[in-house]
Design a protein. Sequence first.
Length: 233
Amino acid sequence: MSKHDYVNLNVNPCKMCMPMGVANATYGIKGCMTILHGSQGCSTYIRRHMATHYNEPIDIASSSLTEQGTVYGGEKNLLKGLENLIKLYNPEVITIATTCLAETIGEDVGRIAKTFMEEHPDEKVKLIPVAAPGYGGTQYGGYFNALIGIVSNIEMKKEKNSKVNVVTGPMSPRDARKLKEILNDFNIDYILLPDISENLDDIHKKIYNRLPEHGTSINEISMMAGAKATIGT
């Protein structure tokens, strides 16, 4: 029997990074942008990994916590970061994910999000705070924390409808398209959460849209409470 020198296809893979799971999940929400409350290196690290994996340009904002913010609190950084994010991107939804640094110093992003909306009462953007300390779990934990945060912070419609909620774990865009194909073949009126089938596997375009053009919309998410069934995959 001949011997082969096998080489690992993935050496030291990035698994223990909850914020990366958050960013992955929220790329399946239409018009959504993620901001990481932490140092600039966190967002750069995740952008590089996701851009390399999906071969797509990835935008993730950062509150740019510095030494001063680490010692005295980073509320001002996050408030300013949200202002800049809205000015530059004008998203429908902003997911505010914590990082190792923010969680270690005890930053309350939920309270900061409320403070921002109180200071900017005319803003229509929806803020979704998500706890995602890098040391608190894996990408899977961050992914599902993001989904929980989304459905918990979106105002649900009480009216019953004929929809079927299909909540998925991390999957590839091709898997998401295949799942939608199967659901369509059975004529199922569904809401897929999240839907990365197009956002992370799109065609080349001359004009780059910095926000996800496709995905699950806020209106669709608001209908999930009235759906006749929910399926987890």
